[in-house]
Design a protein around this ligand. Structure first.
Ligand code: HEM
Ligand code: PLO
Length: 481
C-alpha cells in the first residue's frame, strides 16, 4: 500500500516478494554475527528486507552516532511487534512504545524516579549490600563444590529490583520471589528466542504452545503486580515516595492536562507496565552482565588478581567497598567496561524506526524505515579497538592510568532512546563486583574446561552455563562482616 522505500544508494541485499531478503541471509547465524558478516560484503551501511520491512543496518560507529545522537529524534521510533504488544498492553511501557508526547512524559517520570531511588543516594547502596550479603553466604555455602552461579546471581539482582520497585525484600526460598523469577524466565524463553530482531519470521512460525505459555506468564505477572499496585494505592501517603511504584503513582497525579496532552495520560496500565519492565530490564541485563564478567575472570585469573589487589590497597579487608571508593578503583571500572564491550548483552540494541524522512551518511532514509544499530560490530571493529577479540581491561585506561572511555563504546545505546537504567546498572555492577571480589575468589572446578564464551542469543546475549568454585578470602570466611 505504501510507496516503495527510497533506497537511494545504500547497498541493498536482493529481495523476493513476501520472503524479502531471507534467501540471502544464510542459515542460522544470530543477527549480530550475520550483520557483521554481511557488512564485509556490502559495506558497513546496508539495507535488506525482513519480510516486507525495509531495514537499514548500521555497523560503523560514525553512522551509529548519526542515528542515535545527531539525528536521534528522527530515529527514536519503535516498530510494533506481536509479542511485545502483548507484553506491554499495546505499548504502554517505555522500551517498546513508539515515540509520542505521552511516551516522553512517561520516560521522564521514570527517569526522575530512578534518580530519586538510585543514583547518588545511599538507599540503593544499602539495598544492594543486603542482597550481596545473602549472595555471598549462598555462594560460600557450596564449600569447595563446583556449581552454576546463575540462579544465585539472578535471585540477588531480582531482590534488588523488588526493593526498588515495591519495597519488598525476600529471604532465600520465598514463594513470591520464586514466582517473580519463574514468570520472568517464562517470558524470556518465549518472547524472543533469537533476539528482538525477527529475522526469520516466515520460517519460525510462532508455535501456539509458546504463545500460550507467554500469555500465562503475563497473567501471573499482572496478578502479582496488580496486587502490589493496589496495596500501594491504599497506603499512599504525603511526603517522599518510598519506592518506584509510589513515585509513579504520585507523578501520575501531576496529570496529562498540566502537560497539555490529550487523552487519558499516564494510566494505571502505564504504571503497571513500567514496573514490569523495570523488572525485566533490570534483572536480565544486570545478571547477564555479571555472569559474562565472571566467565571472563575465570579465563583470566591475572585480571581477577589485579582487581583484588586494587581492592586490598584502596579499601582493605576491614570494611565492605562502597560507592565512595569508586573513584579509587579505576581498574574495576575497566573490567566492567571491557565485559560490556566484548559481550554487549543487547548486541543490536532494540530496533529503531525513522519517524520522518531523514538521512544516514548522506543517504536518504524514508520515514518508516527500520534501523538496526549493530553494537556488536562497533565493539569488535579493528579500526576502533586493537585486537578487539581479546579481553583487555587496560584498553579503558590512558597513558597516565586514568579512565578513558572511547566514544565508540556504547553498551547502553545513546540519545533519546538511551537506556534509562544506565546509572542504576553501573552502580549495581560496581557494588556487586567489588563486594564479591573483596570477599572471595572464583576458580574453575578441578578439571573443568573454562566457560564457553561464544554466547547464545535469547532476548539478551547470554553465556552458556558454567560452573565455579568459590574460595573465601582471608577475613571473609563467614561471607559478611
Ligand atoms: C534500553 C542496555 C540495564 C531499563 C536499553 C537499550 C540498551 C540497554 C542497549 C536500548 C537502546 C536503544 O534501543 O537504542 C542495558 C545494559 C544494562 C541495562 C547493558 C545493564 C548492564 C537496565 C536497567 C534498567 C533498564 C537496570 C531499569 C531498571 C531500560 C529501559 C530501556 C532500556 C526502560 C528502554 C529505553 C527506551 O526505549 O526509551 N538498555 N540496560 N536497563 N533499558 Fe537498559
Ligand atoms: C525480559 C523479560 C521480562 O519479563 C519483560 C522484559 C521487559 C524489558 C526488556 C526485557 C524483557 C529484556 C531486556 C530488554 C528489556 C528492555 C531493555 C532490555 C530488551 C523482555 C535490553 C536492551 O536488553
Amino acid at each position: 500500500s505504501s510507496p516503495p522505500p527510497a533506497r537511494s544508494s545504500i547497498p541493498c541485499l536482493p529481495q523476493l516478494p513476501i520472503l524479502g531478503s531471507l534467501p540471502w541471509l544464510g542459515g542460522g547465524l544470530p543477527p549480530h554475527l550475520l550483520f557483521t558478516k554481511l557488512a564485509h560484503r556490502y559495506g558497513s551501511l546496508f539495507g535488506l528486507f525482513l519480510g516486507p520491512h525495509y531495514t537499514v543496518v548500521v555497523n560503523s560507529h560514525q553512522h551509529a552516532k548519526e542515528v542515535l545522537l545527531q539525528r536521534g529524534r528522527d530515529f527514536a521510533g519503535r516498530p510494533s511487534m506481536v509479542t511485545t504488544e502483548l507484553l506491554t498492553r499495546g505499548g504502554k511501557d517505555i522500551a517498546f512504545s513508539d515515540y509520542s508526547p505521552l511516551w516522553k512524559l512517561h520516560r521522564r517520570l521514570v527517569h526522575n524516579s530512578f534518580t530519586l531511588f538510585g543514583e547518588g543516594t545511599s538507599r540503593l547502596q544499602d539495598v544492594v549490600f543486603s542482597a550481596v550479603d545473602s549472595l555471598c553466604s549462598e555462594l560460600m555455602s557450596n564449600g569447595s563444590r563446583g556449581f552454576d552461579p546463575s540462579a544465585a546471581v539472578t535471585r540477588a539482582v531480582t531482590n534488588v529490583v523488588c526493593t526498588l520497585v515495591f519495597s519488598s525484600t525476600y529471604r532465600h526460598g520465598d514463594a513470591e520471589l520464586q514466582e517473580v523469577i519463574s514468570y520472568n524466565n517464562g517470558i524470556v524463553e518465549t518472547i524472543a528466542r533469537g533476539g528482538l530482531v525477527d529475522i526469520y519470521p516466515w520460517m519460525k512460525v510462532f508455535p501456539n504452545s509458546s504463545l500460550r505459555k507467554l500469555k500465562e506468564c503475563i497473567a501471573v505477572r499482572d496478578r502479582l503486580l496488580t496486587r502490589k499496585l493496589e496495596e500501594h494505592k491504599a497506603s499512599l501517603a504525603e511526603g517522599d515516595p518510598s519506592d518506584l511504584l509510589d513515585a509513579l503513582l504520585k507523578g501520575k497525579k501531576g496529570g496529562p492536562k498540566s502537560h497539555g496532552l490529550e487523552g487519558e495520560g499516564i494510566t494505571d496500565d502505564h504504571v503497571l507496565m513500567t514496573a514490569a519492565e523495570a523488572f525485566g530490564a533490570g534483572v536480565e541485563t544486570t545478571s547477564t552482565t555479571l555472569l559474562w564478567i565472571l566467565a571472563y575472570l575465570l579465563h583470566h585469573p591475572e585480571v581477577q588478581q589485579r582487581v583484588q589487589k586494587e581492592l586490598d590497597e584502596n579499601v582493605g579487608a576491614d570494611r565492605a567497598a562502597n560507592l565512595s571508593d569508586r573513584g579509587h578503583l579505576p581498574y574495576l571500572d575497566c573490567v566492567i567496561n571491557e565485559g560490556m564491550r566484548i559481550r554487549p548483552v543487547s548486541p543490536v540494541l532494540i530496533p529503531h524506526t525513522a519517524m520522518t524522512d531523514s538521512s544516514i551518511g548522506g543517504h536518504a532514509v524514508r520515514r518508516g524505515t527500520r534501523v538496526l544499530v549493530n553494537m556488536w560490530s562497533i565493539h569488535h571493529d579493528p579500526q576502533n579497538w586493537e585486537k578487539p577479540d581479546l579481553f583487555q581491561p587496560e584498553r579503558f585506561l590512558d597513558d597516565q592510568g586514568n579512565r578513558a572511555t572511547p566514544s565508540c563504546f556504547m553498551p547502553f545505546g545513546a540519545g533519546p532512546r538511551v537506556c534509562v537504567g544506565e546509572s542504576l546498572a553501573r552502580l549495581e555492577l560496581f557494588l556487586f563486583l567489588s563486594s564479591l571480589l573483596q570477599r572471595m575468589s572464583f576458580r574453575l572446578p578441578e578439571g573443568a574446561p573454562p566457560p564457553n564464551l561464544q554466547g547464545r542469543l535469547g532476548v539478551v546475549l547470554q553465556p552458556m552455563p558454567y560452573e565455579v568454585v568459590v574460595i573465601p578470602r582471608p577475613g571473609w570466611e563467614g561471607g559478611a562482616r
